[in-house]
Design a protein around this ligand. Sequence first.
Ligand code: FES
Ligand SMILES: [Fe+2]
Length: 413
Amino acid sequence: MPDTPLRNRLSALLAQRPPRHTLPQAFYTDPEIFEFDLREIYGRSWLLIGLETEIPDPGSYLAMTIGRSPILLLRGQDGVLRGFFNTCRHRGAQILADGCGHAQRLLCPYHQWMYDDTGALRGAGRMPREFDKSAHGLNPIHVRTVAGTVYVCLAAEPPEFDAFHDHLAPMLAGHDLGNAKLAAECTLFERGNWKLVMENARECYHCGAGHPELARSFPTDVRGNFSTAGMVDLPGFIARMEALGLPSAAVQGEWWQASRFPLRDGNVSMTMDGTPCVAKPLCHVNGGDVGSLRWALEPHCFAHAVGDFLIIFSALPLAPQETLVVAKWYVHKDAEEGVDYTRDGLMHVWNETNLQDRALVELNQRGVNSLGYVPGPYSEASESLAIGFTDWYVNSVARRIGVAAPAQKLVDA
Ligand code: FES
Ligand SMILES: [Fe+2]
Protein backbone atom coordinates (compact mmCIF):
# COMPACT_ATOMS: atom_id res chain seq x y z
CA MET A 1 0.00 0.00 0.00
CA PRO A 2 1.51 3.41 -0.95
CA ASP A 3 2.00 6.06 1.73
CA THR A 4 -0.91 8.35 2.55
CA PRO A 5 0.09 11.43 0.53
CA LEU A 6 0.51 9.35 -2.65
CA ARG A 7 -2.65 7.42 -1.91
CA ASN A 8 -4.62 10.64 -1.50
CA ARG A 9 -3.14 12.06 -4.64
CA LEU A 10 -3.92 8.97 -6.71
CA SER A 11 -7.42 8.86 -5.31
CA ALA A 12 -8.02 12.50 -6.30
CA LEU A 13 -6.61 11.88 -9.80
CA LEU A 14 -8.85 8.85 -10.32
CA ALA A 15 -11.87 10.86 -9.25
CA GLN A 16 -10.97 13.56 -11.82
CA ARG A 17 -10.98 11.25 -14.81
CA PRO A 18 -14.13 11.34 -16.93
CA PRO A 19 -15.16 7.79 -17.97
CA ARG A 20 -13.84 6.63 -21.34
CA HIS A 21 -11.29 9.44 -21.46
CA THR A 22 -7.51 9.36 -21.46
CA LEU A 23 -5.82 9.70 -18.09
CA PRO A 24 -4.98 12.87 -16.18
CA GLN A 25 -1.55 14.21 -17.14
CA ALA A 26 0.28 13.05 -14.01
CA PHE A 27 -0.26 9.38 -14.92
CA TYR A 28 1.89 9.95 -18.02
CA THR A 29 4.56 12.19 -16.49
CA ASP A 30 4.95 11.90 -12.74
CA PRO A 31 8.05 10.15 -11.32
CA GLU A 32 6.24 9.09 -8.14
CA ILE A 33 3.40 7.50 -10.11
CA PHE A 34 5.97 5.83 -12.36
CA GLU A 35 7.54 4.18 -9.29
CA PHE A 36 4.05 3.14 -8.19
CA ASP A 37 3.48 1.59 -11.63
CA LEU A 38 6.71 -0.42 -11.43
CA ARG A 39 5.89 -1.72 -7.98
CA GLU A 40 2.13 -2.16 -8.09
CA ILE A 41 1.39 -2.78 -11.79
CA TYR A 42 4.43 -4.46 -13.39
CA GLY A 43 5.40 -5.97 -10.03
CA ARG A 44 2.03 -7.69 -9.63
CA SER A 45 0.96 -8.73 -13.15
CA TRP A 46 1.61 -11.79 -15.27
CA LEU A 47 4.07 -10.87 -18.03
CA LEU A 48 4.74 -12.76 -21.27
CA ILE A 49 8.48 -13.41 -21.56
CA GLY A 50 8.77 -15.52 -24.70
CA LEU A 51 8.82 -19.20 -25.62
CA GLU A 52 10.02 -22.24 -23.71
CA THR A 53 12.25 -23.08 -26.66
CA GLU A 54 14.39 -20.03 -25.74
CA ILE A 55 15.33 -21.90 -22.55
CA PRO A 56 15.39 -25.41 -24.02
CA ASP A 57 18.01 -27.53 -22.22
CA PRO A 58 19.11 -28.15 -18.65
CA GLY A 59 21.34 -25.21 -17.76
CA SER A 60 19.94 -22.78 -20.31
CA TYR A 61 18.78 -19.44 -18.98
CA LEU A 62 17.21 -16.16 -20.00
CA ALA A 63 17.93 -13.05 -17.90
CA MET A 64 16.17 -9.72 -18.32
CA THR A 65 15.12 -6.68 -16.31
CA ILE A 66 11.53 -5.76 -15.51
CA GLY A 67 11.36 -2.22 -14.23
CA ARG A 68 14.18 -2.16 -11.70
CA SER A 69 14.14 -5.91 -11.08
CA PRO A 70 16.63 -8.17 -12.86
CA ILE A 71 15.13 -11.65 -13.14
CA LEU A 72 16.28 -14.94 -14.56
CA LEU A 73 14.59 -18.04 -15.90
CA LEU A 74 16.68 -21.19 -15.63
CA ARG A 75 15.98 -24.74 -16.69
CA GLY A 76 17.34 -27.16 -14.10
CA GLN A 77 19.03 -30.51 -14.62
CA ASP A 78 15.65 -32.00 -13.71
CA GLY A 79 14.12 -30.23 -16.74
CA VAL A 80 12.03 -27.88 -14.60
CA LEU A 81 11.86 -24.22 -15.64
CA ARG A 82 12.29 -21.97 -12.58
CA GLY A 83 12.31 -18.23 -12.14
CA PHE A 84 14.27 -16.13 -9.67
CA PHE A 85 15.04 -12.56 -8.80
CA ASN A 86 18.53 -12.20 -10.27
CA THR A 87 19.73 -10.54 -7.07
CA CYS A 88 22.38 -12.08 -4.84
CA ARG A 89 21.31 -12.82 -1.27
CA HIS A 90 24.68 -11.55 0.03
CA ARG A 91 24.76 -7.83 -0.74
CA GLY A 92 22.35 -7.78 -3.61
CA ALA A 93 24.50 -7.72 -6.74
CA GLN A 94 22.92 -8.75 -10.05
CA ILE A 95 24.27 -12.24 -10.69
CA LEU A 96 23.85 -12.92 -14.42
CA ALA A 97 23.99 -10.17 -17.03
CA ASP A 98 20.79 -9.77 -19.07
CA GLY A 99 20.76 -12.11 -22.06
CA CYS A 100 20.62 -15.84 -22.80
CA GLY A 101 23.16 -18.57 -22.17
CA HIS A 102 24.03 -21.72 -20.28
CA ALA A 103 24.95 -22.00 -16.61
CA GLN A 104 25.14 -25.17 -14.49
CA ARG A 105 25.46 -23.00 -11.42
CA LEU A 106 25.03 -19.34 -10.67
CA LEU A 107 28.15 -17.60 -9.46
CA CYS A 108 27.80 -14.06 -8.16
CA PRO A 109 30.62 -12.01 -9.70
CA TYR A 110 30.99 -9.83 -6.58
CA HIS A 111 32.11 -12.22 -3.77
CA GLN A 112 31.54 -15.55 -5.52
CA TRP A 113 28.54 -16.82 -3.63
CA MET A 114 27.35 -19.81 -5.58
CA TYR A 115 23.81 -21.07 -6.16
CA ASP A 116 22.65 -24.30 -7.77
CA ASP A 117 20.03 -24.62 -10.50
CA THR A 118 17.22 -24.74 -7.95
CA GLY A 119 18.34 -21.39 -6.50
CA ALA A 120 19.76 -22.96 -3.34
CA LEU A 121 22.88 -21.31 -1.95
CA ARG A 122 25.74 -23.83 -2.12
CA GLY A 123 28.83 -21.76 -1.54
CA ALA A 124 29.45 -18.67 0.62
CA GLY A 125 33.15 -18.47 1.46
CA ARG A 126 34.33 -16.84 4.70
CA MET A 127 30.90 -16.82 6.26
CA PRO A 128 30.82 -18.20 9.83
CA ARG A 129 30.23 -21.87 10.47
CA GLU A 130 26.77 -21.21 11.90
CA PHE A 131 25.65 -19.23 8.82
CA ASP A 132 22.44 -20.76 7.52
CA LYS A 133 22.83 -21.22 3.77
CA SER A 134 19.38 -22.74 3.50
CA ALA A 135 17.84 -19.40 4.50
CA HIS A 136 19.68 -17.52 1.73
CA GLY A 137 18.57 -19.14 -1.52
CA LEU A 138 17.57 -16.97 -4.45
CA ASN A 139 14.13 -15.45 -4.09
CA PRO A 140 11.81 -17.24 -6.50
CA ILE A 141 9.31 -15.71 -8.89
CA HIS A 142 6.25 -17.42 -10.32
CA VAL A 143 6.57 -19.07 -13.74
CA ARG A 144 3.75 -20.58 -15.80
CA THR A 145 3.65 -21.89 -19.35
CA VAL A 146 0.86 -22.17 -21.92
CA ALA A 147 1.40 -24.29 -25.05
CA GLY A 148 5.08 -23.34 -25.20
CA THR A 149 4.71 -19.69 -24.13
CA VAL A 150 6.25 -18.50 -20.83
CA TYR A 151 4.86 -16.05 -18.25
CA VAL A 152 6.28 -14.69 -14.99
CA CYS A 153 4.88 -12.76 -12.07
CA LEU A 154 7.08 -11.07 -9.48
CA ALA A 155 4.38 -10.80 -6.80
CA ALA A 156 4.24 -13.17 -3.84
CA GLU A 157 0.57 -13.76 -4.69
CA PRO A 158 0.02 -13.57 -8.44
CA PRO A 159 -3.33 -12.99 -10.14
CA GLU A 160 -5.34 -16.10 -10.98
CA PHE A 161 -3.84 -17.76 -14.06
CA ASP A 162 -5.76 -20.97 -14.73
CA ALA A 163 -8.64 -19.48 -16.73
CA PHE A 164 -6.16 -17.77 -19.05
CA HIS A 165 -4.27 -21.02 -19.45
CA ASP A 166 -7.36 -23.08 -20.09
CA HIS A 167 -8.69 -20.72 -22.77
CA LEU A 168 -5.41 -20.01 -24.55
CA ALA A 169 -3.88 -23.51 -24.58
CA PRO A 170 -6.37 -25.01 -27.10
CA MET A 171 -6.24 -21.85 -29.23
CA LEU A 172 -2.44 -22.08 -29.48
CA ALA A 173 -2.30 -25.86 -29.88
CA GLY A 174 -2.38 -25.77 -33.69
CA HIS A 175 0.56 -23.34 -33.86
CA ASP A 176 3.21 -25.83 -32.70
CA LEU A 177 5.14 -23.27 -30.63
CA GLY A 178 7.05 -26.10 -28.97
CA ASN A 179 8.86 -26.40 -32.30
CA ALA A 180 9.44 -22.69 -32.86
CA LYS A 181 12.73 -20.82 -32.60
CA LEU A 182 13.55 -17.20 -32.02
CA ALA A 183 14.51 -15.89 -35.47
CA ALA A 184 14.85 -12.15 -34.85
CA GLU A 185 14.60 -9.58 -32.10
CA CYS A 186 14.42 -5.79 -32.25
CA THR A 187 14.56 -3.34 -29.36
CA LEU A 188 13.26 0.21 -29.64
CA PHE A 189 13.85 2.99 -27.14
CA GLU A 190 10.77 5.24 -27.08
CA ARG A 191 10.47 8.64 -25.45
CA GLY A 192 7.04 8.04 -24.03
CA ASN A 193 5.36 6.75 -20.89
CA TRP A 194 4.61 3.03 -21.04
CA LYS A 195 0.87 3.71 -20.90
CA LEU A 196 1.04 5.80 -24.07
CA VAL A 197 2.91 2.93 -25.74
CA MET A 198 0.19 0.52 -24.68
CA GLU A 199 -2.75 2.75 -25.54
CA ASN A 200 -1.26 3.03 -29.02
CA ALA A 201 -0.84 -0.76 -29.13
CA ARG A 202 -4.48 -1.31 -28.17
CA GLU A 203 -6.19 0.47 -31.07
CA CYS A 204 -6.12 0.56 -34.83
CA TYR A 205 -7.88 3.92 -35.23
CA HIS A 206 -4.49 5.18 -36.43
CA CYS A 207 -3.56 2.18 -38.57
CA GLY A 208 -5.12 3.15 -41.89
CA ALA A 209 -3.18 6.42 -42.05
CA GLY A 210 -0.24 5.43 -39.85
CA HIS A 211 0.70 1.95 -41.04
CA PRO A 212 0.62 1.55 -44.82
CA GLU A 213 2.67 -1.68 -44.68
CA LEU A 214 0.56 -3.33 -41.98
CA ALA A 215 -2.68 -2.11 -43.57
CA ARG A 216 -2.02 -4.24 -46.65
CA SER A 217 -2.89 -7.44 -44.78
CA PHE A 218 -4.28 -6.30 -41.43
CA PRO A 219 -7.99 -5.39 -41.24
CA THR A 220 -7.48 -1.87 -39.90
CA ASP A 221 -11.21 -1.29 -39.54
CA VAL A 222 -11.50 -3.89 -36.77
CA ARG A 223 -13.57 -3.06 -33.74
CA GLY A 224 -13.63 -4.26 -30.17
CA ASN A 225 -11.79 -7.46 -29.42
CA PHE A 226 -11.58 -8.20 -33.15
CA SER A 227 -15.04 -9.52 -32.62
CA THR A 228 -17.96 -7.59 -34.00
CA ALA A 229 -19.04 -4.94 -36.49
CA GLY A 230 -16.85 -3.94 -39.39
CA MET A 231 -15.80 -7.48 -40.26
CA VAL A 232 -18.66 -8.82 -42.32
CA ASP A 233 -17.46 -12.39 -42.60
CA LEU A 234 -16.17 -12.83 -39.05
CA PRO A 235 -18.81 -15.40 -38.01
CA GLY A 236 -18.13 -17.39 -41.18
CA PHE A 237 -14.37 -17.23 -40.58
CA ILE A 238 -14.72 -18.37 -36.96
CA ALA A 239 -16.99 -21.23 -38.04
CA ARG A 240 -14.51 -22.34 -40.74
CA MET A 241 -11.55 -22.22 -38.33
CA GLU A 242 -13.39 -24.10 -35.61
CA ALA A 243 -14.47 -26.74 -38.14
CA LEU A 244 -10.75 -27.17 -38.88
CA GLY A 245 -10.10 -27.77 -35.17
CA LEU A 246 -8.81 -24.29 -34.26
CA PRO A 247 -10.72 -22.71 -31.35
CA SER A 248 -11.05 -19.10 -32.47
CA ALA A 249 -13.95 -17.18 -30.89
CA ALA A 250 -12.98 -14.15 -28.78
CA VAL A 251 -12.44 -14.82 -25.07
CA GLN A 252 -11.19 -12.50 -22.36
CA GLY A 253 -10.54 -12.19 -18.66
CA GLU A 254 -9.73 -9.24 -16.46
CA TRP A 255 -6.12 -8.92 -17.68
CA TRP A 256 -6.08 -10.86 -20.98
CA GLN A 257 -7.81 -11.23 -24.32
CA ALA A 258 -7.52 -13.76 -27.12
CA SER A 259 -9.22 -14.14 -30.50
CA ARG A 260 -8.53 -15.26 -34.02
CA PHE A 261 -9.44 -12.85 -36.78
CA PRO A 262 -9.20 -13.01 -40.56
CA LEU A 263 -6.62 -11.03 -42.49
CA ARG A 264 -7.77 -9.02 -45.48
CA ASP A 265 -9.21 -11.09 -48.31
CA GLY A 266 -6.52 -12.95 -50.19
CA ASN A 267 -3.85 -12.48 -47.45
CA VAL A 268 -2.50 -15.43 -45.50
CA SER A 269 0.31 -13.66 -43.62
CA MET A 270 1.26 -10.20 -42.33
CA THR A 271 3.67 -9.48 -45.14
CA MET A 272 3.96 -6.89 -47.89
CA ASP A 273 2.23 -9.09 -50.48
CA GLY A 274 0.14 -11.17 -48.08
CA THR A 275 1.92 -14.42 -48.92
CA PRO A 276 3.87 -16.41 -46.31
CA CYS A 277 7.42 -15.22 -45.67
CA VAL A 278 8.58 -18.55 -44.21
CA ALA A 279 8.57 -21.67 -46.37
CA LYS A 280 8.21 -24.03 -43.35
CA PRO A 281 5.05 -22.99 -41.53
CA LEU A 282 4.36 -23.27 -37.81
CA CYS A 283 0.69 -24.00 -38.39
CA HIS A 284 -0.13 -26.62 -41.01
CA VAL A 285 -3.90 -26.36 -40.72
CA ASN A 286 -5.54 -25.13 -43.94
CA GLY A 287 -2.11 -24.71 -45.52
CA GLY A 288 -1.27 -22.06 -42.91
CA ASP A 289 -4.21 -19.89 -44.02
CA VAL A 290 -5.57 -19.37 -40.49
CA GLY A 291 -5.83 -15.59 -40.09
CA SER A 292 -4.07 -14.27 -37.00
CA LEU A 293 -4.46 -15.53 -33.46
CA ARG A 294 -4.01 -12.46 -31.29
CA TRP A 295 -3.59 -12.61 -27.56
CA ALA A 296 -2.72 -9.78 -25.23
CA LEU A 297 -1.95 -9.25 -21.55
CA GLU A 298 -2.39 -6.12 -19.50
CA PRO A 299 -0.21 -4.27 -18.82
CA HIS A 300 2.43 -4.89 -21.42
CA CYS A 301 2.06 -7.02 -24.54
CA PHE A 302 0.32 -8.43 -27.56
CA ALA A 303 1.17 -11.35 -29.80
CA HIS A 304 0.04 -12.37 -33.29
CA ALA A 305 0.40 -15.95 -34.51
CA VAL A 306 -0.12 -16.28 -38.25
CA GLY A 307 0.47 -19.50 -40.17
CA ASP A 308 4.17 -18.96 -40.77
CA PHE A 309 5.40 -16.95 -37.77
CA LEU A 310 4.69 -15.52 -34.35
CA ILE A 311 5.47 -11.98 -33.26
CA ILE A 312 5.46 -10.82 -29.64
CA PHE A 313 5.45 -7.10 -28.76
CA SER A 314 6.32 -6.14 -25.19
CA ALA A 315 6.63 -2.73 -23.47
CA LEU A 316 9.06 -2.41 -20.57
CA PRO A 317 9.07 0.86 -18.60
CA LEU A 318 12.43 2.54 -18.09
CA ALA A 319 11.53 6.02 -16.77
CA PRO A 320 8.41 8.20 -16.58
CA GLN A 321 8.84 9.16 -20.23
CA GLU A 322 11.00 6.29 -21.51
CA THR A 323 9.91 2.81 -22.57
CA LEU A 324 11.74 -0.09 -24.13
CA VAL A 325 9.74 -1.91 -26.80
CA VAL A 326 10.95 -5.43 -27.51
CA ALA A 327 9.70 -7.26 -30.59
CA LYS A 328 10.50 -10.95 -31.10
CA TRP A 329 9.79 -13.01 -34.23
CA TYR A 330 9.59 -16.81 -34.10
CA VAL A 331 9.56 -19.31 -36.96
CA HIS A 332 9.63 -23.11 -37.23
CA LYS A 333 12.87 -24.49 -35.83
CA ASP A 334 13.67 -26.23 -39.13
CA ALA A 335 13.27 -23.05 -41.18
CA GLU A 336 16.69 -21.92 -42.32
CA GLU A 337 17.52 -18.26 -42.72
CA GLY A 338 18.46 -17.44 -46.31
CA VAL A 339 16.79 -20.63 -47.54
CA ASP A 340 13.29 -20.71 -46.06
CA TYR A 341 13.04 -17.06 -45.03
CA THR A 342 14.96 -13.81 -44.94
CA ARG A 343 15.17 -11.53 -41.92
CA ASP A 344 13.88 -8.62 -43.96
CA GLY A 345 10.94 -10.59 -45.33
CA LEU A 346 10.06 -11.72 -41.83
CA MET A 347 10.55 -8.42 -40.02
CA HIS A 348 9.69 -5.73 -42.54
CA VAL A 349 6.00 -5.12 -41.83
CA TRP A 350 6.25 -5.11 -38.04
CA ASN A 351 9.57 -3.25 -38.00
CA GLU A 352 8.03 -0.44 -40.05
CA THR A 353 4.90 -0.57 -37.90
CA ASN A 354 6.84 -0.36 -34.65
CA LEU A 355 8.93 2.56 -35.93
CA GLN A 356 5.77 4.36 -37.03
CA ASP A 357 4.21 3.71 -33.63
CA ARG A 358 7.29 5.02 -31.87
CA ALA A 359 6.93 8.31 -33.74
CA LEU A 360 3.22 8.47 -32.80
CA VAL A 361 3.92 7.68 -29.14
CA GLU A 362 6.57 10.40 -29.00
CA LEU A 363 4.19 12.91 -30.59
CA ASN A 364 1.58 11.86 -28.07
CA GLN A 365 3.95 12.36 -25.13
CA ARG A 366 5.01 15.81 -26.31
CA GLY A 367 1.40 16.93 -26.55
CA VAL A 368 0.45 15.33 -23.24
CA ASN A 369 3.28 17.23 -21.53
CA SER A 370 1.70 20.55 -22.55
CA LEU A 371 0.07 23.01 -20.18
CA GLY A 372 -2.83 22.73 -22.60
CA TYR A 373 -3.41 18.96 -22.21
CA VAL A 374 -6.68 17.74 -20.77
CA PRO A 375 -7.94 14.12 -20.93
CA GLY A 376 -9.70 13.49 -24.24
CA PRO A 377 -12.50 11.09 -25.26
CA TYR A 378 -11.75 7.76 -26.87
CA SER A 379 -13.74 6.59 -29.89
CA GLU A 380 -15.92 3.85 -28.47
CA ALA A 381 -16.20 2.33 -31.94
CA SER A 382 -12.48 2.14 -32.66
CA GLU A 383 -10.65 2.38 -29.33
CA SER A 384 -12.54 0.00 -27.10
CA LEU A 385 -9.41 -2.03 -26.33
CA ALA A 386 -7.63 1.21 -25.37
CA ILE A 387 -10.59 1.98 -23.10
CA GLY A 388 -10.26 -1.54 -21.75
CA PHE A 389 -6.55 -0.94 -21.05
CA THR A 390 -7.02 2.37 -19.21
CA ASP A 391 -10.04 1.01 -17.30
CA TRP A 392 -7.98 -2.00 -16.26
CA TYR A 393 -5.18 0.34 -15.14
CA VAL A 394 -7.53 2.65 -13.22
CA ASN A 395 -9.20 -0.34 -11.54
CA SER A 396 -5.80 -1.79 -10.63
CA VAL A 397 -4.70 1.51 -9.10
CA ALA A 398 -7.96 1.81 -7.17
CA ARG A 399 -7.57 -1.73 -5.81
CA ARG A 400 -3.97 -1.12 -4.74
CA ILE A 401 -4.82 2.06 -2.86
CA GLY A 402 -7.99 0.60 -1.37
CA VAL A 403 -10.61 2.90 -2.91
CA ALA A 404 -13.70 2.01 -4.90
CA ALA A 405 -13.08 1.82 -8.66
CA PRO A 406 -14.58 4.77 -10.53
CA ALA A 407 -17.74 3.90 -12.47
CA GLN A 408 -16.84 2.66 -15.96
CA LYS A 409 -18.26 0.57 -18.70
CA LEU A 410 -16.06 -1.70 -20.78
CA VAL A 411 -17.29 -1.21 -24.30
CA ASP A 412 -17.05 -3.93 -26.91
CA ALA A 413 -18.41 -1.98 -29.85
S1 FES B 1 26.89 -9.58 -3.54
FE1 FES B 1 26.90 -11.56 -4.38
S2 FES B 1 28.53 -12.54 -3.40
FE2 FES B 1 28.51 -10.58 -2.51
FE1 LIG C 1 0.19 1.29 -34.44
